[in-house]
Design a protein. Structure first.
Length: 226
């Protein structure tokens, strides 16, 4: 196998390339937020302050730029959901906070969310991929539920299945709500929280685990996280 050796004349431009790449991703996001999920290359170039022909100079085509934008947006979604899950309180409070954080992000970034939904099937479809809204939401929730199930010495395998149901329900409802903007976000958050708890309880109760949604969930120790 041939290993490419890069000399100092090449590597010294790496920081500049990374900065330019990040600037184009940011410009693409700005263009999408302003013009919609089908923002044109020219609009991205204008936001980046570069000639149109330079937009894909740092990417292997449009698909690569779309993927970079999707990963950035999905990371933001994950961060917002993670903040909601870490909010504390009862199980109901935590679920509510996570759902409300997710809906709030969608409300603040409607076109970016539409972009994620529109490009989801064109992105990397590996199970480990978190390049779209559903995958980002599923990743955070599955990891947390699996940890709780291990905490109670339960097989975490059902966690992934029930989270598929939860994410499908929440994401499809969120997409519908984004276009209708009814009911108010607070009301929808309450309804989805109740529906999500029903799905979780329906999965956990036959396994012998009946939790009170009004009580704080147990604190997960280091051992439960491994």
């Amino acid at each position: 196998m041939t290993v490419e050796v890069r000399d100092g004349r090449s590597t010294r431009w790496d920081p500049h390339r990374r900065e330019r790449r990040a600037a184009i991703i940011a410009a693409a996001i700005t263009a999408i937020e302003e013009h919609g999920p089908d923002a044109l290359t020219g609009q991205i170039a204008e936001k980046a302050g570069v000639p149109r022909t330079h937009v894909y100079r740092h990417f292997e085509g449009k698909h690569a730029l779309d993927l970079a934008v999707a990963r950035f947006a999905a990371a933001q979604i994950s961060e917002s959901i993670r903040a909601g899950l870490a909010s504390g309180g009862s199980a109901f409070d935590i679920i509510r906070a996570a759902i409300d954080s997710h809906l709030a992000w969608i409300e603040q970034h409607p076109n970016l969310y539409r972009f994620l939904a529109q490009h989801a099937y064109a992105m990397d479809s590996r199970p480990s991929s978190c390049d779209d809204a559903k995958a980002a939401l599923a990743s955070e929730l599955t990891e947390l539920l699996s940890r709780y199930m291990r905490h109670f010495d339960l097989d975490p395998a059902p966690a992934e299945r029930v989270i598929v149901e939860v994410v499908g329900m929440v994401d499809n409802t969120a997409a519908w709500w984004l276009e209708k903007r009814m009911p108010p976000r607070e009301q929808l958050t309450t309804t989805l929280t109740e529906d999500v708890w029903t799905l979780l309880d329906r999965t956990l109760r036959p396994l012998g685990l009946a939790l009170d949604p009004r009580e704080p969930p147990p604190v997960l120790g280091v051992a439960a996280e491994s």
